[in-house]
Design a protein around this ligand. Sequence first.
Ligand SMILES: Cc1cc2nc3c(=O)[nH]c(=O)nc-3n(C[C@H](O)[C@H](O)[C@H](O)COP(=O)(O)OP(=O)(O)OC[C@H]3O[C@@H](n4cnc5c(N)ncnc54)[C@H](O)[C@@H]3O)c2cc1C
Length: 387
Amino acid sequence: MASTDVLVVGAGIIGLAHAALAHASGLSVTVIERDHRAVGASVRNFGHACITAQHGDLYDLAQAGRKHWLDFSAKAGFWAIESGALVVAATETELQLLREFSDSRPEGQVTVLDADNVRAKLGRENTDGIRGGAFLADDLRVDPRTTVGTLAGWLNDQDGAAVHFNTAALGFGQGAARRARVSTSRGAYEADQVFICVGHDVDYLFPEVAAEHRIERCALQMTAAPAPESTTIVPAVLTATSMLRYDAFTHLPSASALRSQVSAARPDLLEIGANVMFTQRPDGTLLLGDSHSYQLTQPPFLTESTSEILLQAAAKVLDVEDILPTERWQGIYASSEVSPVLVRDIAESITLVSVTSGIGMTISFGLAEANLNAVAATRATTALQGS
Ligand SMILES: Cc1cc2nc3c(=O)[nH]c(=O)nc-3n(C[C@H](O)[C@H](O)[C@H](O)COP(=O)(O)OP(=O)(O)OC[C@H]3O[C@@H](n4cnc5c(N)ncnc54)[C@H](O)[C@@H]3O)c2cc1C
């Protein structure tokens, strides 16, 4: 029987963040992943650590994870930049909301910009219809297509760490000496602690927990396209519909006015649950999105009219006639109205972790650190009680 201090199920960013931090603390770690390489939410997203726009506990987790993103980028060799994010404002209401946001944050974290400065950050000269914007200094960007693969490969090369692909977790129970036991498609493992990080597939393993937490699958439509005129755009670019979705904006005084404005001017964007935003991969390709639709099981089909609405909205920000897609895809993440994160002890030493909102990249390392600290604290208490 294979034995390890920590067993992680799932080689997406949540599983790998738990594995990488556990290994950094001196524990032996094994990751098992059912696929031959991870192709879930962690490779289908924008690669945006959207730190500044989080609120409350999620903001604390996002900020706590920031240093780990940069640290593991340096160690493992995946691309990450301190890009910041740019929120583009097209109306006075949007700009007013950004002023309120800036006022609510420490000096220098959110800088309100005039239209010329927004154009400069966008790398575009003739962008009409931009009234101003804001620069969010703390945000990071990684390349979603390569990050988890590189991190998994690096981890597998470290002493005391292994990543086993094409190995599916099938069942969980207790082993000898209060250790956890996991049966897999390639035999059984025992571990002092198991983290189950299977993204939106919680219902495959724990249907009752998924039902209780009301986990649905949120499907998003995404597009890749070359940047117009080979423009370099360093920050992640957000727009009004982004401000309707991220918690740091939604409780500000002008948020309801913005919702009314978008609802009157662009009901089509609200109907598809749009968050019109884009990021740029290191090769210059833009990742553009996205729409949101919620169901327990998602149909695999992309709706062309949804893609068109999103592409036209992005083209307007970039002041181009058309964006010519090279790829389209569907991404899925776990979503719940109960809470944005699910952390649940399934049994002694077996913890289920799923980010049930669209911010898993942003909070991955902060959440992993908090979970590992909680396990260590529980063990210390148990040891004290036993002594
Ligand atoms: C289109 C899109 C855009 C997004 N944009 C952003 C963004 O810009 N910023 C941000 O912070 N977040 C973003 N998100 C959300 C973010 O991508 C997710 O929250 C995050 O990737 C979830 O990571 P995960 O590791 O939990 O899931 P996944 O990446 O889906 O990984 C789960 C892994 O578990 C494996 N697995 C499942 N069951 C088993 C089993 N039984 N045994 C072994 N392995 C198993 C799967 O094969 C999979 O590889 C976006 C999501 C999408 C879809």
